[in-house]
Design a protein around this ligand. Structure first.
Ligand SMILES: [Zn+2]
Length: 257
């Protein structure tokens, strides 16, 4: 048990008692942290507005090493999330990134790079960057960091390169974690058929490791069908990985059009 300091982003908060909250933060140094914030629901909260959802703050907390909640002792606001003032879609996108982070990470497992990706994504949404681009870039970088980035070039079964098949389409195994060649198709239970344009685009985005900036630039040039299929594939894959559909996915239907 020790006093820890970190930058943190507030993923969610729920009432704990009449005066306290339980907050879930993603920290730079300790990954996800769940902590009691005593007095946070009082009119004169010691945390002021540092515990607004999606806000970035500098925190001090007491880390408990068993299963009990940590204790938040200080939080100073660094940046509020303002993207929602301009666009509801940007706000939903930010909530989705927070939910994705919450669902796919464990407490006290540091993922410093993921903190930076989350932080940078919120800044981009604040600056009115296209939410479709920000979401896809985030998903790819997060899946890569978790070691679950799907393969779009080589067969997820045997590792050989895969050519498009019937009607210029590819078979994408959700269970297998990527495109499949004909010989590896047998026994696969959960397979999507995706168009060549979709796979070519996803392959380009996934292969650009350096921030994925330019490759997503052409997002708006894609046909609506392909944009829809890109979202469809990412949703199916992430739902399978998380073992449940994320709540915020229902609020991002607009990204499919
Ligand atoms: Zn194969």
């Amino acid at each position: 048990m020790g006093l820890e300091k970190s930058e943190a982003i507030l993923l969610r908060s729920v009432a704990w008692s009449e005066t306290s909250l339980v907050v879930t933060l993603f920290t730079r140094t300790h990954g996800k942290v769940s902590a009691v914030a005593k007095g946070a629901r009082r009119l004169k909260s010691p945390f002021e507005n540092a515990l607004d959802l999606l806000a970035k703050s500098q925190i001090v907390f007491i880390e408990k090493l068993n299963d009990t909640l940590d204790i938040l002792t200080e939080a100073k606001l660094v940046r509020r999330f303002k993207g929602g003032q301009h666009s509801l879609l940007s706000l939903y996108a930010a909530y989705y990134l927070a939910e994705l982070t919450h669902v796919l990470t464990e407490n006290h497992q540091p993922m410093e790079e993921h903190f930076d990706v989350l932080d940078a994504s919120f800044v981009k949404l604040d600056e009115m960057e296209d939410p479709a681009k920000v979401v896809l870039r985030f998903e790819m970088e997060f899946l890569r960091a978790l070691g679950h980035l799907p393969t779009f070039e080589l067969c997820a079964g045997c590792g050989n390169s895969v050519e498009s098949g019937r009607n210029r389409s590819y078979l994408f195994g959700i269970d297998a974690g990527g495109v499949l060649c004909d010989s590896c198709l047998a026994g696969q239970r959960y397979v999507l058929r995706l168009r060549e344009e979709t796979i070519t685009f996803l392959r380009m985005v996934a292969s650009d490791g350096d921030g994925l900036v330019d490759s997503v630039g052409s997002y708006r040039d894609l046909s609506p069908t392909t944009r829809g299929e890109v979202r469809f594939a990412m949703e199916k894959f992430i739902t399978h990985l998380a073992d449940r559909r994320l709540r915020l996915m229902d609020f991002l239907e607009e990204l499919k059009r």
